[in-house]
Structure formats: structure tokens, C-alpha cells
Write a protein that binds this ligand. Structure first.
Ligand SMILES: CC(C)(COP(=O)(O)OP(=O)(O)OC[C@H]1O[C@@H](n2cnc3c(N)ncnc32)[C@H](O)[C@@H]1OP(=O)(O)O)[C@@H](O)C(=O)NCCC(=O)NCCS
Length: 183
């Protein structure tokens, strides 16, 4: 049984996250993330560490809105694999989605078996237009993608990214559009 524990990331974890995530970016296992992007989104991340506080791995939950979240950048250091840290990270991210009231969680992966264990199923990528809009259109593998799209929970009924999607978000959250000066 793993002794790894998980906690929300702090800015001080950004260098470890940056180095581990990008160590698997060359072969396309993970999306490359800049250091600035990691820092900006560090509150999305959860980290796993040993009892001695040594960094073992990380994963992120990106919120598109109440209709969809995405598990991103989930990775465990090679020497710590197979000891439960990855499962603990994924469970923590799924609990976080629950806490936010988000039932639909998606991801794109080359290792669907790992995620089947955690309630994900294969889905058509066109069912997650926000994910496609955010990442796929700028991806060099756009027309040669070898990743499996997966979702846990219901498919999202709306999308909020891309042109003319604001109305969908307003309809979803039932919040009237604010007009006026704003600050
Ligand atoms: C995927 C990854 C995070 C799993 O971390 P881990 O700490 O090794 O996972 P765990 O020890 O918690 O394993 C949990 C279960 O998943 C299974 N599993 C682990 N890696 C797997 C893989 N690559 N494919 C299929 N199943 C896998 C384990 O056999 C284990 O199953 P069990 O509970 O029936 O024994 C880790 O292998 C990794 O960093 N891989 C490289 C990065 C990557 O591919 N990330 C996913 C991008 S979408």
C-alpha cells in the first residue's frame, strides 16, 4: 500500500510540476506546459508526496464551467509508479470536481485502462467541444491524434468556449448577463 499523500499544490511546487510534466511532453504523453502557465494555474494542481515530503507526482483539474471539468497533466515519477500515488491523485481530482458540483469530467489519454478503473468510459471527442477548442486546434497531432477521449458522468450539454458561446453559459448557470461598466 502506498504511503503517498496528496495535497493541493502551492506555488513552491511549480518547478517540480514543470519538470515532471514536460519530461513526458516530447513523445506527446502529456501536453507541454510553460512555467508561466503552471504558475498561473497552480491552484488547479494537486501533488503527491512521500511521508518525508518528497515530490512524487501531480495532476490538475481544469474547470471549464459547471458543465465540464478535465483531468490534465496527471503523472507520477518513474521511480514511484505502481504504488498507488496515481490513483490517489486521480481520486483527489475527482473529489474536487464533486466539491465544485461538476458531474462531467473528461480527459484524453493513451492509457484508457488506468482510467476505466476509475469510472471513465470512452466517448466521442466531439461530445467535449470545449476541450477540443482549448487544446486540439493548436495541436500538431490534430489530424493524427492517437488519444482516446474519455468521460466520467454525463456528457456535457453545453459548451462555453469558441465564438458565440456566452449564451450557453448564461443559460446553464441561470445568471443574467451583467451589462454596464463593470470593473
Ligand atoms: C498513469 C500513472 C499516473 C499511474 O500512476 P501510478 O502511481 O503508477 O498508478 P497506481 O499505482 O495508482 O495504479 C493504479 C491502478 O492503475 C493501473 N495502472 C497504472 N498505470 C497504468 C497504465 N499505464 N495503464 C493501465 N493501467 C495502469 C495499475 O495497475 C493499478 O491497478 P490495480 O489497482 O488494479 O493494481 C503513471 O503510470 C504515469 O505517470 N504514467 C505516465 C504519464 C501518463 O501517461 N499520464 C496519463 C496521461 S492522460
Amino acid at each position: 500500500m502506498s504511503k503517498a499523500t496528496v495535497r493541493k499544490a502551492r506555488l513552491q511546487d511549480a518547478t517540480n510540476i514543470y519538470e515532471l510534466v514536460n519530461s513526458l511532453a516530447d513523445d506527446g504523453t502529456l501536453l507541454r506546459r510553460s512555467y508561466a502557465e503552471i504558475c498561473e494555474n497552480v491552484r488547479d494542481f494537486t501533488v503527491a508526496e512521500s511521508a518525508a515530503g518528497v515530490f512524487l507526482g501531480c495532476g490538475a483539474l481544469h474547470l471549464y464551467g459547471p458543465h465540464l471539468a478535465e483531468v490534465r497533466s496527471i503523472v507520477v515519477k518513474p521511480e514511484a509508479k505502481g504504488q498507488g500515488a496515481g490513483g490517489k491523485l486521480l481520486n483527489a481530482l475527482l473529489h474536487e470536481a464533486d466539491d465544485h458540483g461538476v458531474a462531467s469530467v473528461c480527459l484524453f489519454t493513451r492509457i484508457p485502462d488506468f482510467f476505466f478503473h476509475h469510472g471513465f468510459r470512452e466517448a466521442d471527442r466531439t461530445a467535449m467541444p470545449d476541450k477540443v477548442y482549448k487544446d486540439c486546434q493548436n495541436c500538431p497531432r490534430l489530424y493524427a491524434c492517437d488519444e482516446v477521449a474519455m468521460v466520467r458522468g454525463p456528457l456535457p450539454k453545453v459548451a462555453v468556449l469558441g465564438p458565440s458561446k456566452l449564451a450557453d453559459l448564461v443559460q446553464l448557470t441561470n445568471v443574467p448577463l451583467q451589462t454596464g461598466t463593470g470593473r
